[in-house]
Design a protein around this ligand. Structure first.
Ligand code: FES
Length: 182
């Protein structure tokens, strides 16, 4: 304390205390921003323009070169109101090679009422066992007697360093248009 002016004289200890408090304040302010950035950059959480959740599904080498579709589970972390489940199957897709570096993805869920379609033994089309909807390899409905109101739901694909990532999502059954679930 300055006896002549009655004002406190800054001490070295005060200087360090104030500097430390300012530094801590900055850390507290920056951490939420960094956490938000991490969430934004996490590919599992990213919602691209294509919609859906971007999930790594397979290595490109696992897709048959002859254009035969191959089925893969879609595995990701899943959270409900109470729990977080890691590496849980959240769906499945058929991946098909249509060019050297071009892969298409179809959701295995039948758009009629939600059963799972499977590739016929011939490898030339898909069949839904519940009510006999049939689909071409590109997902189109093959026969007018198929009750499915639309073709199989295609999903956006990204190839990154020889790995296939799919914008995975489900769509409401029983509708002519693709309406995302949730
Ligand atoms: S659920 Fe596939 S045809 Fe009915």
């Amino acid at each position: 304390m300055d006896a002549t002016t009655n004002t406190p004289v800054p001490t070295r200890r005060n200087f360090f205390k104030e500097t430390l408090a300012a530094a801590l304040g900055m850390v507290v302010a920056v951490i939420p921003g960094l956490a938000g950035l991490a969430v934004f950059l996490d590919p599992l959480r990213r919602q691209g323009a294509a919609g859906g959740r971007l999930i790594r599904v397979a290595a490109i080498g696992a897709i048959p070169a002859d254009g035969t579709p191959a089925k893969f589970a879609v595995v990701a972390d899943k959270t409900d109101a109470w729990n977080k489940f890691t590496e849980t199957p959240v769906g499945a897709v058929y991946l098909r090679r249509v060019g050297a570096d071009k892969i298409v993805a179809l959701n295995v869920v039948c758009p009629h009422a939600g059963c799972f379609v499977s590739l016929q033994k011939s490898g030339k089309d898909f069949l839904c066992p519940c009510h006999d909807s049939r689909f071409e390899l590109d997902g189109r409905v093959t026969s007018p007697s198929s009750p499915s109101p639309r073709g199989l739901d295609s999903l956006e694909v990204e190839i990154r360093k020889d790995e296939i990532w799919v914008h995975f999502q489900n769509f409401q059954p029983g509708k002519r248009e693709k309406v995302p679930v949730g």
